[in-house]
Design a protein around this ligand. Structure first.
Ligand code: PNS
Length: 168
C-alpha cells in the first residue's frame, strides 16, 4: 500500500479552475506534502475549455506553489490513483447539496479499490457558492467572472471573447 501521507489526488473537470478550487489546494498543502490535480477527460461532457488549455491554466494559476502536480486522466479515478502511487482522493465539500454525489463517489471508489480513501475539505465561506458550471453560464451570457477565477483563466476567457467578437 502506498504511504497515505505522500500525496492526495484532487480530481475534477476544472472547466475552468476557479478560486474555490485554488483555496482547497492551498488548504490541502498544509496537510499533504503533495497534491496531484487530476483533470478528467470526459468525452461525454461538452467542455468549454479543451483539455490542454485546462491543464495549462491550472499550472499557470498555481505557479510557484510547491508540492503541486497537474495531470490529466481518462477512465476510472481509482486506476489513476493506483498509477500515481496515491490512495487519498481530495474533494471540496461546499454545502449539503454536494453531499449526496460526493458520498456516492467516495463509496464507489472504495468499492472499486478498497485502499481508496476520500478526504473532504471545505473552502473559505467566500467561495462556497462558486462552481465551474455557474461561471461558464455567467461567461456565456457576457457577465463578469473576474472575481471568481484566477488571473490566467480570466485572461484566456477575455481573449476568447475578443476573438469571438472580431469574428462576428
Ligand atoms: O469536477 P467534477 O465534474 O465534479 O469531478 C467529478 C469526477 C472527475 C471526480 C468524477 O466524475 C470521476 O472521478 N470520474 C472518473 C470516472 C470514475 O472513476 N467513475 C467511477 C466513480 S463514480
Amino acid at each position: 500500500m502506498s504511504d497515505p501521507r505522500t500525496a492526495a489526488v484532487y480530481p475534477g473537470s476544472f472547466d475552468p479552475i476557479h478560486l474555490g478550487h485554488v483555496d482547497i489546494i492551498h488548504r490541502a498543502l498544509t496537510i499533504f506534502p503533495k497534491v496531484i490535480v487530476a483533470v478528467l477527460e470526459n468525452p461525454e461532457k461538452r467542455a468549454l475549455l479543451e483539455m490542454p488549455v485546462r491543464v495549462k491554466l491550472i499550472r499557470e494559476s498555481l505557479a510557484g506553489l510547491a508540492g503541486v502536480e497537474v495531470a490529466s486522466f481518462s477512465g476510472l479515478l481509482v486506476d489513476f490513483l493506483r498509477s500515481s502511487g496515491a490512495r487519498v482522493v481530495l474533494r471540496g465539500m461546499r454545502a449539503v447539496s454536494d453531499f449526496e454525489f460526493e458520498f456516492q463517489l467516495s463509496l464507489f471508489n472504495r468499492r472499486l479499490w478498497a485502499d481508496a480513501e476520500t478526504v473532504f475539505l471545505t473552502p473559505n465561506e467566500e467561495f462556497v457558492y462558486l462552481s465551474s458550471r455557474v461561471i461558464r453560464e455567467i461567461w456565456a451570457f457576457g457577465g463578469d467572472v473576474s472575481s471568481f477565477v484566477p488571473a490566467p483563466v480570466y485572461a484566456e476567457l477575455t481573449r476568447r471573447r475578443s476573438v469571438a467578437s472580431h469574428r462576428a
